[in-house]
Write a protein of this length. Structure first.
Length: 146
C-alpha cells in the first residue's frame, strides 16, 4: 500500500510554533515516526508540505497514480479551502483528515476552527492526539478500515 502524507501551511514551523498547542516535535520528527510505523506495517509513504494552496492541490493531482490513500493535515485550509476539498474529492482515494490539536475544544475560543470544509470528502477524521493522529490514521488505512 502507498500512502501520501500531506501537510498544509505553517506546519513546517512545528517545534517552534505555539508549542503549548502543537507540541514540541518538528515536522521532520513526525515524518520520522510515520516512516518507522509505516515500515512495521509494510506501507510505503511519501511526504509533502507546502504553505501554498495550489501547490497542495498540484501535489495531490501529481501523486494520484501512485497513492492508494492519503493522510492530510490541511492546517488552516481545513476551515475554508473549497479548492482543496474539491481536489480530495477529485482524486477519489481513501483520505483521512488529521489534526494535532482538538478543533472542537479550540472552537470555544476560535469559532472558525469548529468548521471543516474537508471532512465530508474524507473517509475519516482524527484530531487532538498530536503525532498519534497521524499514526492512528496510518494504522486505519493499513488495516483497511480507513
Ligand atoms: C491544525 C489545526 C488548524 O486549525 C490550524 O490552522 C493548523 C493546525 C492542527 O493540526 O491542529 O495549522 O490543523
Amino acid at each position: 500500500m502507498n500512502v501520501f502524507v500531506v501537510n498544509g501551511p505553517n506546519l513546517n514551523l512545528l517545534g517552534e510554533r505555539e508549542p503549548e498547542v502543537y507540541g514540541t516535535l518538528t515536522l521532520d520528527d513526525i515524518d520520522r515516526k510515520i516512516r518507522e510505523r509505516a515500515k512495521e506495517l509494510g506501507v510505503n509513504v511519501r511526504f509533502f508540505q507546502s504553505n501554498h494552496e495550489g501547490a497542495l492541490i498540484d501535489a495531490l493531482h501529481h501523486i494520484r497514480g501512485w497513492a492508494d490513500a492519503v493522510i492530510i493535515n490541511p492546517a488552516a485550509f481545513t476551515h475554508y479551502s473549497y479548492a482543496l476539498r474539491d481536489a480530495i474529492a477529485a482524486i477519489a482515494k481513501p483520505t483521512i483528515e488529521v489534526h494535532l490539536s482538538d478543533l472542537k475544544a479550540r472552537a470555544a475560543r476560535d469559532p472558525f476552527r469548529g468548521v471543516s470544509v474537508i471532512t465530508d470528502v474524507c473517509s475519516g477524521q482524527i484530531m487532538g492526539l498530536g503525532v498519534d493522529s497521524y499514526l492512528n490514521a496510518l494504522e486505519r488505512l493499513a488495516g483497511g478500515t480507513g
